[in-house]
Design a binder for this molecule. Structure first.
Ligand code: PLP
Length: 410
């Protein structure tokens, strides 16, 4: 299949989408740290269906022939393409069958069903769901709607590039998370074909680094199990076709982020932008907050970071917030060993009180085998200001003769 996409394809897609999708905001970031770096956010988390995926899906389904429409469609998706396809199929009166991995967030499964699609859960990861969807396509005679390796899907995602350019004409850098590569492929095509000086940077997770490895000419790492909050970009096997057509020619560099980096970005977006963004959607900002692109973008003009989706289960948000706060040094566990003498606990807590660290939880242990006679282990869960605050607390405790356990001793 010829995958290449030109500007005209993307402009045609724009006409198809115009009266259906939302025009999402592109705004200057709120936090001072990001403002100094001239960071702008393109908020596709506010898009219809909760992510950009409707753009590619609607464009693809709009071009089905009448006989293809009667056959119906099948798709494999971690959850956002599912909703894009289900929404578009409903709009055009087409039957849809979607296969999602069993690990897909509940919110994505439920929303897809509520848009009238039949949902089958199969396989632990996207790659296995994909396999099952191609089988269903053959069994049921449905048209397979690829989530990224399809020029009409890529052209649909590319419309984001045109919007970025229209809203921020002097943009110098654009940062886009990569799963299969359709999103960055479309955006990079739109931008490099209109304004080749714009730099495009991709972001993958440490657990699914395939495209980064291809880009840097490294051997592809083999991973059996993945557990990530960025389910939308958790594609284990990068497509060589997508690499050859888009990533290699158009993407300037690719960096990786950790789960903690992503959690921190989600917390940042909740706190400063008042925005709910899912793990994959926050990966671009995670790279910025952790300095992964500083050498490329600092002092190099305006940078647009794509927030590509907002479909996160609310019941996972609280644990993500805890991880994000821990990463920022705002939720801290300090474990101490003290002599079991009257007044010592008060001494320790007075250190916390004096510097306004709020104690959320305390746990005493007098019986562990690691303890000597008359020693007590006390674990504190604290609300703190940042990592410097935590360090200062630990030093003050040590000055008072309290043994503070290191991370690896906890
Ligand atoms: C929120 C979100 N961001 C990014 C991506 C990556 O898109 P692509 O697979 O086209 O690279 C996805 C894919 O599902 C997604 O859902």
């Amino acid at each position: 299949m010829n995958l290449s996409v030109d500007l005209n394809d993307i402009k045609e897609a724009q006409k198809v989408l115009k009266d259906v999708i939302r025009k999402t905001p592109l705004s200057f970031a709120q936090s001072e740290a990001l403002r100094q770096k001239k960071i702008y956010l393109k908020q596709e988390n506010f898009q219809l269906t909760g992510s950009f995926k409707i753009r590619g899906a609607l464009n693809r389904l709009s071009r089905l022939s009448e006989s293809e429409k009667r056959k119906g469609v099948v798709a494999a998706s971690a959850g956002n393409h599912a909703q894009g396809v289900a929404y578009s199929a409903k709009k055009y009166g087409i039957s849809s069958h979607i296969v999602m991995p069993v690990s897909a967030p509940l919110i994505k499964v439920e929303r897809t069903k509520s848009m009238g699609a039949k949902v089958t859960l199969a396989g632990a990861y996207f790659d296995q769901a994909y396999q099952r969807a191609t089988e269903i396509g053959k069994e049921e005679g449905r048209v397979f709607i690829h989530p990224y390796q399809d020029p009409l899907v890529i052209a649909g995602q590319g419309t984001i590039g045109l919007e970025i350019l229209a809203d921020l004409p002097d943009v110098q850098n654009v940062i886009v998370p990569i799963g299969g590569g359709g999103l960055i492929g479309g955006i990079a095509s739109a931008l490099k074909l209109s304004a080749p000086h714009i730099k495009i940077y991709g972001v993958v997770t440490e657990q699914t680094p395939g495209m980064m490895e291809l880009k840097k000419g490294l051997e592809l790492s083999q991973r059996s199990a993945i557990s990530t909050i960025a389910d939308g970009i958790a594609v284990k096997n990068p497509s060589k076709e997508m690499f050859k057509n888009f990533i290699d020619p158009f993407v300037d560099d690719i960096v990786t982020v950790s789960e903690e980096d992503i959690a921190q970005a989600i917390v940042h977006l909740l706190e400063y932008e008042k925005s709910v963004v899912e793990g994959s959607g926050a990966a671009g900002l995670a790279a910025i907050l952790n300095g992964k692109l500083s050498d490329k973008i600092d002092g190099q003009g305006s940078t647009c970071v794509l927030l590509c989706g907002g479909n996160i289960d609310l019941n996972t948000v609280s644990s993500v917030i805890d991880t994000g706060l821990r990463k920022q040094g705002r939720l801290t566990r300090i474990s101490t060993i003290v002599d079991d003498l009257p007044g010592l606990l008060a001494d320790v807590t007075s250190v916390f009180a004096k510097s306004r660290a709020n104690i959320l939880d305390v746990h005493h242990d007098r019986v562990s085998s690691e303890l000597k006679v008359r020693e007590t282990r006390i674990d504190f869960l604290l609300e703190t200001v940042n990592s410097e605050h935590v360090k200062a607390l630990q030093e003050e405790l040590e000055q008072k003769g309290v043994r503070v356990l290191r991370e690896d001793e906890k």
